[in-house]
Design a protein around this ligand. Structure first.
Ligand SMILES: [Cu+2]
Ligand SMILES: [Zn+2]
Length: 245
């Protein structure tokens, strides 16, 4: 079935290429325009097909990704030096994205403020986290409706251990977050309620403490970290049940 699809795709690509050779290079040529449209659709299809191919030899139908968090080279030494991982998992081709936030390096005192975490557009760390661009915003909407607006995370005992599901971001298809970055900020996200322009762009979350580039992985890290973030959830649930009794 896949082989058949590839054959059709190569035929279409060949056709487009040979047809585009005989047209004039006038910019407004409607034929040229529709050829460009077909080319775009073929490329979109290829992208959709190739991303899942890139996953490991997993048999569970899941696509896994990891992001190895490192302190920004542009952040002062007296700020929290955040390390750890953000892990992703999503069932191909219709599942909702799940994520594990497993981060260390926050201050140990108990009066901590929440920190914002987002997907940023670029996977460029050449200037620390400052070169990762703005929030990944493929649909041109306001913050906090970007697919990678994960909200605020409150560190406990110097750590963030959090599992989230039903996220809007995706690790496959034309809007895949692969190759883009995860950024953790110094401050809290105002969730668009700051009454200024920046609030609708980035939530006024302040400096970029640490960041990482999202890459394809196998399921090992996910399976290693999941019990810890899930246990925590269960323990919290038990505590609430006991206190109600
Ligand atoms: Cu951000
Ligand atoms: Zn945003």
């Amino acid at each position: 079935e896949i082989a058949k699809m590839f054959l059709i795709l190569s035929l279409v690509t060949g056709l487009v290429l040979s047809a585009s050779g005989v047209t004039t290079d006038k910019e407004t040529d409607p034929l040229q325009e529709s050829l460009h449209e077909i080319q775009k659709q073929v490329n979109d299809l290829w992208q959709n097909l190739l991303y899942p191919v890139a996953r490991g030899n997993e048999t569970d139908g899941m696509i896994y990704a990891t992001c190895e968090m490192k302190p920004s080279s542009k952040i002062d030494a007296d700020k929290p030096q955040v390390t750890g991982q953000v892990l992703f998992r999503q069932l191909y081709s219709y599942g909702k994205l799940e994520a594990i936030f497993y981060l260390d390096g926050f201050p140990l005192d108990s009066n901590q403020s929440s920190r914002a975490i987002h997907i940023h557009e670029l996977g460029d760390l050449s200037n620390g986290c400052d070169s990762t661009g703005g929030h990944y915003n493929p649909f041109r909407v306001n913050h906090p409706r970007h697919p990678g607006d994960f909200g605020n995370f409150l560190p406990k005992e110097g750590k963030i251990r959090k599992y989230k599901t039903n996220l809007f971001a995706t690790v496959f298809g034309p809007y895949s977050i692969m190759g883009r970055s995860v950024v953790i900020h110094e401050q809290e996200d105002d969730m668009g309620k700051g009454n200024n322009k920046a609030s609708l762009e980035n939530g006024n979350a302040g400096k970029r403490l640490a960041c990482c580039v999202i890459g394809i992985s196998n399921k090992n890290l996910w399976e290693e970290k999941l019990p810890e973030v899930m246990d925590k959830k269960k323990r919290g649930l038990n505590k609430r049940m006991y206190s109600q009794a």
